[in-house]
Design a protein around this ligand. Sequence first.
Ligand SMILES: Nc1nc2c(c(=O)[nH]1)N[C@H]1C(S)=C(S)[C@@H](COP(=O)(O)OP(=O)(O)OC[C@H]3O[C@@H](n4cnc5c(=O)[nH]c(N)nc54)[C@H](O)[C@@H]3O)O[C@H]1N2
Ligand SMILES: Nc1nc2c(c(=O)[nH]1)N[C@H]1C(S)=C(S)[C@@H](COP(=O)(O)OP(=O)(O)OC[C@H]3O[C@@H](n4cnc5c(=O)[nH]c(N)nc54)[C@H](O)[C@@H]3O)O[C@H]1N2
Ligand code: SF4
Ligand SMILES: [Mo]
Length: 800
Amino acid sequence: MHLINRRQFLQWSGALGGGIAAGALLPLPSLAQKESLSKGENEEMKWAGCAINCGSKCPLRVFVKEGKITRIETDNTQEDEFGAHQVRACVRGRSSRFKVYNPNRLLYPLKRVGKRGEGKFVRISWEEAIETIAQKLLQVKEKYGNEAIYVNYATGTTGGIMSRCTKGPWARLLAQFGGHLNYYNSYSTAQITDGLKHFYGTSAGSDIANIAHSKLVVMFGNNPVETRMSGGGTGYSYKEALQKSGAKIIHFDPRYSDSMVGACDEWIPIAPGTDAALIAAMAYVMINEDLHDKAFLDRYCVGFSRETLPDSAPENSSYEDYVMGRGEDQTPKTPEWAERITKIPAQTIRRLAKEIATTKPCFIAQGWGAQRQFNGEQSSRAIATLAAMTGNIGMLGGNNGARETSTLSIDPAWLPSKNPIKDSISCFLWTDAILHGEEMTDIKDGVRGTQKLKSSIKFLWNTGGNCLINQHSDSNRTAKILEDETLCEMIVDINIVRTPSNRYADIILPDATHLEQEDFIRASAGYSSDRPYVIYCQKAIEPLGECKGVYEMCTLLAERLGGESFKAEFTEGRTQVEWLEHLWNQTRAKKPELPSFEEMRQRGLYKAPRAKKPKVMFEGFVQNPEANPLKTPSGKIEIYSEELAQKAATWILPEGAKITPLPEFINTKEGPLDPAREQFPLQFFGYHYKGTTHSSFWESAPIREINPHEAWINPMDAKARGIKTGDRVLVFNRFGKIIVTAKVTPKIMPGVSVCHQGGWYKPKNGIDEGGCINTLTTLEPSPIAKGNPQHSILVQIRKV
Ligand SMILES: Nc1nc2c(c(=O)[nH]1)N[C@H]1C(S)=C(S)[C@@H](COP(=O)(O)OP(=O)(O)OC[C@H]3O[C@@H](n4cnc5c(=O)[nH]c(N)nc54)[C@H](O)[C@@H]3O)O[C@H]1N2
Ligand SMILES: Nc1nc2c(c(=O)[nH]1)N[C@H]1C(S)=C(S)[C@@H](COP(=O)(O)OP(=O)(O)OC[C@H]3O[C@@H](n4cnc5c(=O)[nH]c(N)nc54)[C@H](O)[C@@H]3O)O[C@H]1N2
Ligand code: SF4
Ligand SMILES: [Mo]
């Protein structure tokens, strides 16, 4: 069969930036032309990588002349055959020269002189910076204890080892200093991780390459082409597999995403936060028409029918009871019931329920968009229930409803660190922990490792993150919390550029990029589609200005905190490169086929062969459930969860929040049925966009230019408001106001509007002119996972 060629793919996927138009500007070199792209006179080539958290982590070839970066090219090793292909960086990674030589680049340590948030800083020496930090750290430890020290969630250098933002040198140093408050969860996957842990014991799905063996593919809020964009990654693998099987593909998503362009048979727009209602209605059709896989449900699942409910469950509490209207709400979940909530016509629900129930194998998967909602734990479990009802679990070409995952990876060992403190908060609740940490408990706030926190956060580290203000929620409220110096007493921010977050810091430290230091960058499992590789950054240039890598910063701080002996404890006498060698050798001890450290240092990039057969999740369990039980309390798939029934009975929840043992549709605040819709009629959220990785690359002018920051509005909603494409519009709700440019397009369903997340928070006279989506989001967490419901937003939009 003729497969799409590489160039077509890159254009379709937008991996060349901005889709076809930008692709046309960047013709791919033929093999002969490649010669001319090789080194120029006096030019050197060094390997580096893009460690930013788009997940992919692509290799980069950095060309250097007289100590300056002249240009950046992508992986050119191997040919274009899929499976043994090049891992090509997208246009964002290829713009890394703009990251290094950015006018906004931090070059020296800075100290705040104005009020927090005012953005007034002066240059100081490294000695003064380290001295100020050390004094405050010792003071906070003495006065409040180590539990008052916190390393904020951040992802700007997750791919690195010695440069790693949260689990790298800072974590080791602070652990040795007596410990720090931990976090669990991520901003990426809190609700699905917790939801599916209760359902399956894990949130992992099958490799996307299974699609090559599918008859039908059903995606819920899954956008691999835009969010796994590397030319070596899952987006590519997805298109390749679709081509191979020719499977029909259906996407349920409020917006027409890049993954649908050129590869979608049906786009079914669904109102955000309503997937669980859709699944319940599909179950209603399947049960009525006897289409569900009863043998599978009876053998492998708990609680679909009454017969498989645990003894502790009350009467009429099976999923079947809920769907047929015999449960507490006495409401049959008919397609007409679901139409009112999801906005999908009842006819369509009936037709698709039948099609999905009768076409096997069906690859059912969800991205992480449906779960970043107030009821995300419910949506994620409901989508998994569809996979169980149709018996598509554990078979080649099928999937369990989770997001696809790949399992192969080459992870160099991390810097060892052992935090003596076990107290842990959900990473989304750090603003609560600044405000009233001492009141936070296990059953009220999901605190783990202890029943109650000992202290509020008094010392905050933020390395490689913009979550202090931009990527967290309710930016206006968060700003107020950070501005109050009596709450958190010191904030240290380590970045490469000035950001909205580091306006709130007391000390800013300038980091070295991956082009300015030696380090490993690992490809994340789940993004490289079972095509593992590892990059060795060869230090293309010396760090600009007075920038230092975090390991060096930590070494200086260790010496100031505890003299030579503490420094020796931290470094174990190793330089950064000696640590890299030490850690690599540990990895090699387990995988002797890997090249030696010296070879890695020379070659810069190592790619392992692709897996021959795609990973099929729960294959062993389905073959023999007794011998290979799942990691749930019952060892089975828990459609009814006793653990959640227990939490529902004992946890203290905010008003209106609800936990249920079944994956029922729950109406929430900021949700489709919230009475607040009378005032704020549009559902709104910030999707992950090809033009930025979160708020990163926003500072790169050429990248901004080709990727506009726009609010998509459906023509019907636009007409009612007199809005045209290009108009400036005010998007507002009870949390704040942002100004953005409108794009009127049928790619978004009526009643919903979107604007990509990542715009830089820039408040002026009560209006955020940067168009940061988090000016509109709430600080209240989801009920079970205590995760960030950042896609649950209600707004009104008006032309300005
Ligand atoms: N280019 C790029 N790639 C990235 C990132 C980036 O910022 N830019 N970020 C990376 C990171 S850290 C992460 S965590 C991932 C995020 O990956 P995801 O969380 O999967 O990305 P989103 O864009 O938030 O959501 C995916 C899709 O879900 C849809 N959606 C939203 N709400 C709902 C809903 O309630 N139901 C349904 N059915 N669909 C819904 C959205 O319209 C979107 O098309 O992406 C990674 N990759
Ligand atoms: N409303 C809304 N909010 C969201 C999301 C959403 O979907 N909607 N998504 C959430 C998700 S999934 C995530 S993962 C978070 C991500 O939030 P963040 O982790 O804050 O991600 P970025 O905004 O990319 O910020 C990374 C920072 O790292 C810096 N950086 C880059 N390279 C280096 C380096 O070499 N050294 C140092 N020290 N710094 C460097 C960049 O300048 C940037 O400021 O956002 C979350 N916020
Ligand atoms: S796909 Fe992601 S990791 Fe790769 S170059 Fe682009 S932004 Fe960087
Ligand atoms: Mo994320």
